[in-house]
Design a protein around this ligand. Structure first.
Ligand code: C2E
Ligand code: MG
Ligand code: MG
Length: 709
């Protein structure tokens, strides 16, 4: 198809002449002035490859036309050749300055006209193509390849250290796409690209180097002001979205001018990694530590396969203890790398890398295999069986054959699935919940027990608990350690423990290092712990010795009917009396138990029926009952009624625990309750109220004695 040319001239003869010259190679359309030309363009703007424009015309002259045409982004893409009456420098310069591409002077010489038109079209097409090659289609700034190319030229032109590469990406960009749609995501990218481009001075260049990442090559500076970066972040946050946007900047001073630009950018990006998620640090430099880390990573990658083949990986075992009986309830298999030159390496040094490069799946299989072999050995030696838990990396979850693989290993070593617990880290859920739910269901179906590792570190915790059929919750050690230090946090922790109990999950607290932590966990009714306080991870022979000298216990699922039947050893003013706390909500029980721990042995029950069962089986032992009114099965009123009409129990003082200001309190007092404590509980008020109740009970007793004397 022939290209179209728009010929704009008020002189009909001129128009016909031009059309005649061009018609052989082009389709021509005529307009007798600027206004008509604009109307035509309005209708079919993309169709014209070039506009031939006379300057002097009635209605709308050439200058006016150029002004309007150049202001319109799309129209301005069509090149304009201006036709001037004679060689007139001033006119030509003015036309060119208004945006014309070229000019032709009358009288028309056909060959020159054809030549100039062809040239102009070619030039514009080249420009469009170059644009496509150089510019990122979405954002309009340099694309990755062209940015790298330009950087490479600039860098090689100057000595080392002349430039810095600054790279950045939009934190949680994926969330923007997920929550607001990709269209909004695209808009954000365009917005950020604009902010960055506007910031660039003529000595700097910028480009889009990844889906949501950008690079800026800038003349080297010794120092950077935080304001430079916070200013960019502030501008980016003008984007219309209901979410705080953050960028982190990594800076790499270009020392080696021969390094490929993509490597220079990778390193700048790497520099930003450690500050991700820190809200008050906005930029960071690529330095020796990061370089060293890269070299170490390289060394590990080069050696890992050989290490696996040569069995340089060893399994250590760390026992899990039941703190009520101080017996061993299981152990976790933890891998160690004993390198012939580098010596002992902790998983923290290589697991994150293996997770990145995928090697973890091989290593994990090796560990499962070794752990099962060890179990088989113990079984053959006639030892009592202990449960071993192995770690299952989030990478393993992606493998659809995972359940088959584990099941086969277990079978090969003549074990039952219940001998092997699988620890899955919480972050697997955050990354791919659907896949994880599917895998866990399948593993459960085959009889494996699932432990949720590092619970408390992710964001999805509570949501996850309702969706995943897990058996055991491992409270992350940072969580345990922080909470122990911070008394207010104890409530959160005891809440999680109560919640877990409520969901029938066993809780194992990880990273227990002190007696204080153990004491706190005992009070919170957490039975199982793993930590240096009891034992560090140890080689298998040591663990075997330990097993032979320590009692073993089976780790049971929680949700036993009466949560704690054994009176706990207490501290300060312990009276030797038993207080029974009856409440269906574990957290409430825990708070009350915590409050009275210093004064009573505590027994807890989940409803009236359980409470009465216990009291009848232990006549005369319970000296005080804290009774919640609203409970399933047998509520507080029914319980109170039963207790009061029964001779053996009528004298046990019952203190009602209820929401403040409820009518029901009056009713309960009429029914014989001694007093009430209202929620939310204030420890000092609770203690005082109970002191009063007990004092008045004593008085009653005295009065009775006096009367009887
Ligand atoms: P994890 O599964 O949460 O294992 C518990 C980590 O806490 C172990 O670190 C253990 O030595 C450490 N630990 C136990 N008690 C205490 C304590 O009282 N205080 C302190 N500060 N630390 C304690 P380790 O062995 O260095 O392993 C680190 C992580 O590496 C593990 O965390 C696990 O995520 C991963 N890992 C270890 N072995 C394997 C494996 O075979 N496969 C996979 N996929 N990951 C593994
Ligand atoms: Mg673990
Ligand atoms: Mg853990």
């Amino acid at each position: 198809m022939k290209k179209k040319i728009l010929v704009v001239d008020d002189n009909m003869i001129n128009r016909k002449l031009l059309c005649k010259i061009l018609q052989e190679s082009y389709t021509t359309i005529e307009a007798e002035n600027g206004r008509v030309a604009l109307e035509l363009l309005e209708q079919k703007r993309e169709e014209f490859s070039v506009i031939l424009l006379d300057l002097i015309m009635p209605e709308m002259d050439g200058y006016e036309f150029l002004e309007v045409q150049q202001r319109n982004k799309e129209l301005s893409m069509i090149p304009v050749i201006v036709m001037t009456g004679q060689e007139d420098d001033a006119t030509e310069i003015k036309a060119l300055s208004l945006g014309a591409s070229d000019f032709l002077s009358k009288p028309y010489k056909p060959e020159i006209i054809k030549h100039r038109v062809a040239n102009t079209i070619k030039l514009r097409e080249n420009a469009a193509m170059i644009n496509r090659i150089q510019k990122d289609q979405l954002t309009g700034i340099y694309n990755k390849n062209y940015f790298y190319e330009r950087c490479s030229e600039l860098i090689k032109d100057k000595p080392a250290n002349a430039y810095d590469m600054i790279c950045t990406d939009i934190e949680r960009f994926k969330v923007v796409n997920d929550l607001y749609g990709t269209e909004k995501g695209d808009e954000l990218l365009i917005f950020v690209a604009n902010v960055i481009q506007n910031l660039c001075s003529p000595e700097e260049i910028c480009g889009r180097i990844g889906s949501d990442s950008f690079g800026i090559l800038t003349p080297h500076k010794e120092t950077y002001q935080d304001a430079y970066f916070t200013d960019i972040i502030e501008k980016v946050n003008h984007f219309d979205i209901n979410m705080q946007l953050t960028l982190r900047f990594g800076i790499n001073n270009v020392e080696d001018v021969h390094l490929p630009v993509n490597v220079i950018c990778d390193r700048a990006m790497l520099a930003a990694d450690p500050i991700k998620g820190k809200y008050d640090v906005h930029f960071s430099f690529y330095n020796d530590t990061i370089r060293q880390q890269m070299l170490t990573e390289q060394m590990i990658t080069d050696n890992m396969q050989k290490a696996l083949d040569e069995k340089q990986f060893t399994i250590y075992y760390q026992p899990k203890y039941d703190i009520t009986t101080e017996s061993i309830a299981g152990a976790e298999a933890l891998v160690r790398w004993i390198h012939p030159i580098n010596g002992f390496m902790s998983p923290g040094e290589f697991i994150p890398l293996f997770e990145k490069n995928g090697f973890i799946t091989q290593l994990d299989m090796y560990v499962w295999e070794e752990a099962c072999a060890e179990l088989e050995k113990w079984q053959k030696a006639g030892h009592e069986m202990v449960v071993i838990s192995v770690n299952v990396s989030r990478m393993d979850i992606y493998n659809p054959d995972l359940p088959d693989i584990i099941a086969q290993i277990v079978k090969k070593h003549h074990l039952q699935p219940k001998n092997l617990h699988l620890e899955i880290t919480e972050t697997s859920y955050t990354e791919n919940p659907q896949q994880l739910i599917k895998t866990v269901n399948e593993l459960k179906r085959r009889g494996f027990l699932i432990e949720m590792d590092d619970f408390g570190t992710g964001y999805s915790s509570l949501n996850m608990l309702s969706e995943l059929p897990i058996d055991i919750l491992k409270l992350d050690m940072k969580f345990v350690q922080n909470e122990a230090m911070n008394p207010e946090g104890k409530n959160i922790m005891s809440f999680i423990i109560s919640l877990a109990k409520w969901l029938d999950l066993t809780v194992v607290a990880e990273g227990i290092e002190t007696a204080e932590q153990v004491r706190m966990l005992r009070n919170m009714d957490c039975t199982y712990v793993q930590g240096f306080y009891y034992a560090k991870p140890m080689p298998s022979d040591e663990f075997e010795q330990l097993l032979l000298t320590t009692p073993l216990t089976e780790m049971v699922a929680a949700g036993s009917k009466i949560v704690s039947m054994t009176p706990k050893p207490k501290r300060k003013n312990i009276t030797g009396k038993i207080m029974m706390i009856v409440d269906d909500i574990a957290l409430n029980r825990t708070i009350l138990a915590e409050t009275f721990l210093d004064y009573y042995y505590i027994v807890e029950a989940e409803d009236g029926q359980q409470a009465i069962d216990y009291i009848e089986r232990h006549p005369g032992e319970v000296s005080l009952i804290l009774l919640d009114l609203i409970m399933p099965r047998m509520d507080g009123f029914q319980t109170l009624e039963y207790l009061k009409k029964n001779r053996e129990t009528a004298n046990i003082p019952v203190v009602i625990t209820s929401i403040a200001g409820e009518k029901s309190e009056e009713r309960a007092l009429k029914m014989g309750a001694a007093d009430f404590i209202s929620k939310p509980y204030t420890p000092s008020v609770c203690v005082r109220r109970i002191e009063n109740v007990m004092a008045s009970e004593k008085m009653k007793g005295l009065e009775k004695n006096i009367r009887e004397v």
